[in-house]
Write a protein that binds this ligand. Structure first.
Ligand SMILES: Cc1ncc(COP(=O)(O)O)c(C=O)c1O
Ligand SMILES: N[C@@H](CCSC[C@H](N)C(=O)O)C(=O)O
Length: 405
């Protein structure tokens, strides 16, 4: 990277003041630099900034390069992600696009074999367009990564839990393997499903953590955003360069919405998670195969608990029959049939027909992604209403052995 970096917003400020617990830090936004002491960070809805002279640029010259509202949300997110620098872009896929631009032709990526369909699509695109090969492996078995680590490895991409099978990867062990054997490789964790409230991959050994900010961080499905956190400032600077060069930084208004949404992350997640635990218990008691790391039956229950402070609010379950699954999904009234998750409203979906439909059917089969899988994303509604609605849909679909009244 030979260019001189353009006028850049201040990188994340490391606070020397007392650090509080997460729920306090997430709602406490530093706006002490506001000239009018605004309690809510203002929206700097401007494309460009006036200069005092031809060579006298201030901190900002143009909003593609930096904007004060974006800087505020980036600094706030860096704090809650334990990142040296955080950056916000126009979507979660945009975040992964920025990260994968660090990979050069001929280099390789190692990724899981259960991962979000859009991620799979971008990795397939890179293979065709840039000759960047991705090895898809079972990252739930840490040792399975070892044969693929080489001097070509540039990124190791993990989801934990995975979307949609809720599998867990051992982030500390895999990070150690990668750093010991491939000093130039970066461990990247898609932490969308957990949010920084429940899991902070940079504290577990990862180099980059990213999120679809469309989900829990904003929480209301009223914006698209991607968030990247870098453990080292130098990596953050490289990513910032790409964002400015390609022009995918988040707009001032969406930055403001994201900052507003993230303040309630802890309360939303506490409520959503508590309801999801009840729903997982209920479904398991009905005899369904339920994928959720809050259940003792999850094969990596202990591993997940060692890395995260909770199981989250997304689960998937199998019915054994795609027709039954369709009838369940279509029989709910309160749960919206919708892709995405992390919203205050509850959603139900069939990943193979919806969020993961872009993965060709034969690859879904090779990777043992069940066609009948239903994914539930639990919102903040009353849990009894959610359970009653689900139960009536299970009854209509004929999915319960003895239909309940
Ligand atoms: C785990 C995961 N990562 C990344 C993305 C991409 O995020 P976005 O839709 O904001 O581009 C999604 C969903 O879209 C996702 O489920
Ligand atoms: N048509 C979209 C589908 C988005 S899926 C959104 C989310 N990640 C989920 O898992 O539900 C596409 O093809 O990208």
């Amino acid at each position: 990277m030979t260019d001189i970096l353009p006028s850049s917003p201040a990188a994340s400020v490391t606070s020397t003041t007392r650090r509080y617990r997460f729920a306090t830090e997430v709602v406490t936004v530093d706006s002490s630099d506001d000239p009018h002491n605004a309690a809510s960070v203002p929206i700097y809805q401007t494309a460009t900034f006036k200069q005092k002279g031809a060579t006298a640029t201030g901190e900002y010259d143009y909003s593609r390069s930096g904007n004060p509202t974006r800087t505020h949300v980036e600094n706030h997110l860096a704090k809650i992600m334990s990142a040296e620098r955080a950056l916000v872009v126009t979507s979660g896929m945009g975040a992964l696009d920025v990260i994968t631009r660090l990979v050069k032709t001929g280099e390789e990526i190692i990724a899981g074999d259960d991962l979000y369909g859009g991620t799979n699509r971008l990795l397939s695109f890179l293979a065709k367009s840039q000759n960047v090969k991705t090895h898809h492996i079972d990252t739930t078995k840490s040792d399975s990564i070892l044969p693929y680590l080489s001097d070509k490895t540039r990124l190791v991409l993990l989801e934990s839990p995975t979307n949609p099978l809720i599998k867990i990867s051992d982030i500390p062990t895999i990070s150690k393997y990668v750093h010991d054997r491939c000093p130039n490789a970066l461990v990247v964790v898609d932490n969308t499903m957990m949010s920084p409230y429940l899991q902070r991959p940079l504290e577990l050994g990862a180099d980059i953590s990213y999120h679809s900010g469309t989900k829990y961080l904003s929480g209301h499905h009223d914006l698209m955003a991607g968030v990247i956190g870098a453990k080292k400032a130098s990596v953050g600077d490289e990513l910032y360069y790409v964002i400015n060069a390609t022009g995918c930084g988040l707009s001032p208004f969406d930055s403001w919405l994201l900052l507003r949404g993230v303040k309630t992350l802890a309360v939303r997640m506490d409520k959503q998670q508590a309801s999801c635990i009840r729903i997982a218990d209920y479904l398991e008691a009905q005899g369904f195969k339920v994928h959720f790391p809050g259940l003792r039956s999850h094969p990596q229950y202990d591993l997940h608990a060692s890395m995260a402070s909770g199981p989250g609010a997304v689960l998937s379950f199998e019915t054994g029959d795609t027709g039954i699954s369709e009838r369940i999904v279509e029989g709910t009234k309160l749960w919206s049939i919708s892709v995405s998750f992390g919203c205050v409203n509850s959603l139900i979906s069939m990943p193979c027909r919806m969020s993961h439909a872009s993965i060709p059917a034969h690859i879904r089969a090779e990777r043992s992604l069940p066609e009948d899988l239903i994914r539930l994303c639990v919102g903040i509604e009353d849990a009894d209403d959610l359970l009653e609605d689900l139960e009536q849909a299970l009854n209509i679909a004929g999915a319960l052995p003895t239909p309940s009244k």
